[in-house]
Design a protein around this ligand. Structure first.
Ligand code: GDP
Ligand code: MN
Length: 380
């Protein structure tokens, strides 16, 4: 789950990572009132989950209330790369001597945490990686060993940060690492991490992605769920408790298990088609789940056919078949369905489906056959 900058900064503050005090507001009057409280100059910052807000005109320095009003008026409602600005963050403006970059993420292949630090911050790290890769100091961290202040010190030296801020930079990195681990982040990134003319090191931006698997440990994450940006399809799926990701192809996909759902995307590609979504119905086979899943997929105007790919495991094929038959009886589908049913109890499941087969419900013996059929139906 990706957070907005202001949410990331609120978490940073709890872990003693230095940030400017500020307020998140949703209308112009509240923006000016917040700026009056905070004290000028302030920065008015568009809260959207996309980088490059500055270049897009979504970040402005306001010297007084009149400027703040103008910028808040312009930025609220602005479209930045397809994201509408509904919230602006007002914070006291900082003076900048240097802009650095710092982040922690997970290197899955190495099974270790991965830190990047650079004196070339303020621009996208992908650009630095391309144009000046040596300017990024990288470290791998064994999750069991953790990261010590001494290691951070070497890292700061390797990144060639200004020597006068070494101690302050080490403090920020130690705190950011603790936040990354204890905060259950997938990504904790500060870009830019600034040095002020009086030598303070300070997070001017916050990009945080939380590991949803750790949600049970964090009651406060419920607030972040409420502000998540989802498209209409994703919102409906979220409310139905389905694991769903919207894509832009024409074959709707339902599978049980995330691994099978991903393989299904691959096999649809292999058959020359494109997937409209990723959807894992998970375990269980009740009709209600299939009704929700089929409704969300069938309401997507791009969808031309639906591929249900089920491998019975603990959930038996017969139960799945009954669930699907009941669901199909309850909704008036626009797109034809192709089913592949295998695994535990598949034979019995197929017998249940048999009397319902026809143009709108077809069955195929293998995953590849089903994919070919679904792609053919989607492209004719
Ligand atoms: P992004 O463009 O979406 O990554 O947004 P950032 O929060 O990183 O801000 C982009 C740029 O705006 C920064 O790199 C700074 O150069 C500038 N900026 C942001 N806040 C301030 C501030 O308080 N003072 C000054 N002088 N510049 C700022
Ligand atoms: Mn930034």
């Amino acid at each position: 789950m990706d957070l907005f900058e202001y949410q990331g900064k609120q978490l940073f503050a709890r872990f003693a990572i230095p940030v400017s005090p500020g307020e998140a507001v949703t209308d112009v009057d509240a923006a000016v009132a917040a700026a009056d409280r905070i004290g000028y100059p302030v920065v008015v910052k568009a809260q959207v989950q996309v980088g490059g807000r500055g270049k897009a005109g979504g970040i402005k320095l306001a010297a007084d209330a009149a400027e703040c009003r103008t910028y808040a008026t312009n930025i609220l409602g602005m479209d930045i790369k397809g994201h509408t600005v509904n919230v602006v963050w007002i914070e006291h403006a900082s003076d900048i001597a240097h802009e650095y970059y710092a982040s922690f993420t997970l290197d899955r292949a190495a099974k270790q945490y991965f830190g990047m630090l650079s004196a070339e911050g303020g621009v996208e790290i992908e650009t630095v990686a391309e144009e000046n890769p040596d300017a990024i100091a990288k470290i791998h961290i064994d999750p069991v060993d953790g990261l010590t202040a001494a290691q951070c010190r070497d890292w700061v030296v390797a990144a060639q940060l200004d020597a006068s801020v070494t101690d302050a930079a080490v403090d920020v990195l130690v705190a950011l690492y603790r936040f990354y681990v204890e905060g259950d982040c997938d990504l904790a990134e500060i870009n830019p991490l600034i040095v002020t003319p009086d030598g303070r090191v300070h997070a001017l931006d916050a990009k945080v992605s939380l590991d949803n698997n750790a949600e049970f440990r964090h009651a406060d994450w419920a607030d972040y769920e409420l502000t998540q940006e989802r498209d209409v399809r994703e919102q409906a799926a979220y409310e139905a408790g389905l694991q769903y990701v919207g894509l832009d192809g024409s074959v709707g996909i339902i599978a049980n298990g995330a691994g099978l759902a991903m393989s299904t995307l691959d096999v649809v590609n292999q058959a020359g088609g494109t997937a409209a979504n990723f959807l894992d119905v998970g375990g269980g086979a009740d009709a209600k789940k299939f009704v929700s899943a089929l409704t969300i997929i069938d309401n997507d105007p791009r969808v031309r056919s639906i591929f249900i790919n089920i491998f019975g495991g603990i959930t038996r094929g017969a139960e799945v078949a009954n669930g699907i038959v009941t669901a199909i009886g309850q909704i008036d589908l626009k797109s034809p369905i192709v089913i592949r049913l295998d695994g535990t109890n598949a034979e019995e499941g197929r017998k249940i489906l048999e009397p319902h087969l026809g143009d709108t419900l077809q069955m195929a013996p293998t995953m590849l056959d089903a994919a070919r059929k679904a792609v053919e139906l989607a492209t004719r």
